[in-house]
Design a protein around this ligand. Structure first.
Ligand SMILES: [Mn+2]
Length: 206
């Protein structure tokens, strides 16, 4: 099935996943304009994913419902799984892209470093401690877990390091804005590469 936008050569993908714990549907357009339609039932997670869409320039639709009577863990983790899978699918063969991206993201008192390599190998190095246990309905331990799960399912190398700690809300936002900017750079096309695979191996795991 060809998705709207694919006909325009845009990098669009949809993925769904249904388990006894959660139902998740994600649509991502890497060549969008930053439109977000996010309903996970977890307000702060919606807030972070909206930042990812807006600052990445990705059109992102995420609909999820899960066994919140237990807690928000399964819903958060499964959104990260499906988002990673949709991102990988939308990326396609990666010909002509920059492949790497990074950002030093300030958010008032906080500074976070994010570095990405769309290598095709999932590897996350996350150093993002929180002094607070919860942000709204989201436990802060799930934020590093979300980033790690996204990197593994998206088959990308992700480093996220808190350089200057501070307000927990700012730390989480800086991490997702930084991820957005680094991804936006990494998926962008480098006109000098036109169609070339960004790898000396002429090969990227897909
Ligand atoms: Mn905010």
């Amino acid at each position: 099935m060809t998705l709207p936008g694919e006909r325009l050569g845009r990098r669009v993908a949809e993925r769904q996943r249904e388990t006894a714990e959660t139902v998740v549907a994600v649509r991502i357009d890497l060549d969008g304009s930053g439109r977000a339609e996010i309903t996970t039932g977890i307000g702060f997670l919606d807030h972070l994913l909206t930042h990812l869409a807006r600052h990445g320039g990705f059109d992102l639709r995420v609909h999820a419902r899960g066994d919140r009577q237990i807690d928000e863990h399964h819903t958060t983790e499964d959104v990260a799984i499906v988002l990673g899978q949709a991102f990988l699918a939308a990326l396609g063969d990666r010909a002509g892209i920059r492949r790497m991206g990074h950002s030093l993201m300030p958010m008032d008192d906080v500074l976070v470093l994010v570095a990405i390599d769309l290598s095709g190998r999932g590897k996350a190095v996350i150093d993002l401690p929180f002094a607070r246990e919860r942000l709204g309905e989201l436990s802060t331990e799930l934020i590093p877990h979300f980033l790690e799960t996204f990197a593994l399912e998206g088959r990308l190398n992700l480093h996220c390091r808190l350089l200057v700690p501070g307000n927990a809300h700012h730390q989480a936002e800086a991490a997702f804005k930084g991820l957005a900017r680094a991804l936006s750079d990494a998926v962008s096309f480098d006109p000098r590469r036109s169609g070339q695979l960004p790898s000396t191996k002429e090969y990227l795991e897909a």
